[in-house]
Structure formats: structure tokens, C-alpha cells
Ligand binder design. Structure first.
Ligand code: ATP
Length: 230
């Protein structure tokens, strides 16, 4: 469902990502973990077609990542979602439903269903008056408005309290059970171990290990593995 081949991104003379190659099967949850500056966001944005690779290529759902058609199959959750403070969750989601040309009755049912699943009762509250956790849930609802097959979530749990973090992780787990293909980045192993089928560990712009968690522990040993993930 996702295929990244030798992705490379340079910012001037600085190489942010180099030789990033991995694939994600339909219905799989793939974790990209690593410390600050490892190149996770850059990699995810290249997959989502938001950054043009300097070299290499990515396909998502059979489309080149730069193909606008690909966007219709994709729900991207950026690390920091720009939310319009004066909007309510419904007006915000309606705005994106219109952008994706989701028919009115389908959009309404999808919005209400997703907001209910996310436990967001305050439909009439302005986004600017919401907590960080509530805003993150609205951003997650936005990523689902076009009912995409593929979700790319950049550190969806970062900066949230433990309860909301668990909530976001469990919700992502449900989406995986519904058959979505998910790429999920995190600093912390704790955020990915319960839901990821496989992970890639990034450091200094490169994938330094990949596989399922047990394989990585065998391959790299518990100590080194933890260095990258805590
Ligand atoms: P974090 O966990 O802090 O979000 P990350 O793993 O997502 O980190 P990236 O945001 O992909 O890392 O950044 C990788 C490297 O590229 C960092 O050193 C960052 O400073 C650099 N970088 C990212 N965007 C730019 C840019 N627009 N111009 C120059 N350098 C950039």
C-alpha cells in the first residue's frame, strides 16, 4: 500500500533524510520512531506528497506521492495541526468535507459518527477554547473526513497527557482493526509497541533498524534499542 524507495531530502547542504526505503502492506500499522531531528516528519511529509524528495520516490495506494489523486486516499495528521480558532468542530470538519467534495449527507453522518467515537461532545465550542487534547481529536476527525484507506499520523500523541495519549493510541488501534493502513511516528517506544506490526528506527536522517519489535530486540539488544526509543 505504501512503498518508499531511497528517499532523500536535502535542505541546502544539510541532508535531513537519506536512503529511506520501506514498504507497508495493506492493513498494516508501521511505526517510525526516533529522537528529535531524526527525519521522521520529513519522511512522512514526502510520503504524503507535501515535500518533494531530492531523490528517490514514494507511492501510496498505487499513486505517486506527488499525484493529487493520491490525496483522496490519504488522511494526514501533522504534528501541529493548524486549527482555525473561531471555528467549531463541525464548521471546521464541514470546511474539509467540502474541500474533499464529500456529499452533504455522507459528510454529516461521518462527522457526527467520528466526533461521537472520539468522545467530543462540545460541537458548539470554538476550537480556540478547547484543550490541546480536544483539538488533537478534532484534527484526527479531520484526517478521517474523506474516509481514506491510508493514514499518516505524525506524532499524534506528542504533548498530550497520559490519559489522552492512551485514548489516541487506542483510537488509532481501532482504525487499524477497521482495515486502515497506518504510518505512525513517535519518539517513544511506549507509543508504538501496542499497535505497530513493524517499525523503522531513524537516527540522523537514516533508518538504522527495521523489523518487528521482537526481531529488533534480538538484533540490537535491549540496551541499544532503548537508546533510540526513550
Ligand atoms: P521531531 O521529533 O523534532 O519532530 P523529526 O524526526 O520529525 O524531529 P524532522 O522534522 O524531519 O525530524 O527534521 C530532520 C532534520 O531536518 C532536523 O535536523 C531539522 O532541523 C531539519 N529540517 C527540517 N525541516 C527543515 C527545513 N525546512 N529547513 C532546514 N532544515 C530542516
Amino acid at each position: 500500500m505504501i512503498d518508499a524507495r531511497e528517499l532523500r531530502k536535502e535542505y541546502g547542504n544539510f541532508v535531513a533524510v537519506e536512503g529511506s526505503t520501506f514498504s507497508v502492506d495493506r492493513g498494516e500499522v508501521f511505526g517510525v520512531i526516533g529522537p528529535n531531528g531524526a527525519g521522521k516528519t520529513t519522511t512522512l511529509k514526502m510520503l504524503a506528497g507535501l515535500l518533494e524528495p531530492t531523490d528517490g520516490e514514494a507511492t501510496v495506494a498505487g499513486f505517486d506521492a506527488s499525484d493529487p489523486e493520491m490525496r483522496k486516499q490519504l488522511g494526514f495528521l501533522p504534528e501541529e495541526s493548524p486549527l482555525y480558532e473561531e471555528m467549531t468542530p463541525i464548521s471546521y470538519l464541514q470546511f474539509f468535507a467540502d474541500l474533499y467534495e464529500v456529499p452533504g449527507d455522507v459528510a454529516e453522518e461521518r462527522m457526527l459518527d467520528t466526533l461521537e467515537k472520539l468522545d467530543l461532545e462540545h460541537h458548539d465550542r470554538k476550537l480556540g477554547d478547547m484543550s490541546k487534547g480536544m483539538k488533537r481529536k478534532v484534527a484526527i476527525a479531520r484526517s478521517l473526513i474523506n474516509d481514506p484507506d491510508v493514514l499518516i499520523y505524525d506524532e499524534p500523541a506528542s504533548g498530550l497527557d497520559p490519559l489522552t495519549t492512551n485514548y489516541v493510541i487506542e483510537f488509532t488501534e481501532q482504525l487499524a482493526e477497521e482495515g486502515k493502513t497506518i504510518v505512525f511516528s513517535a519518539h517513544n517506544l511506549f507509543h508504538v509497541e501496542s499497535i505497530c506490526d513493524r517499525v523503522a528506527i531513524m537516527n540522523d536522517g537514516q533508518i538504522v533498524a527495521r523489523g518487528d519489535l521482537e526481531e529488533l530486540q534480538d538484533q540490537y539488544g535491549e540496551r541499544r534499542y532503548r537508546v533510540y526509543t526513550t
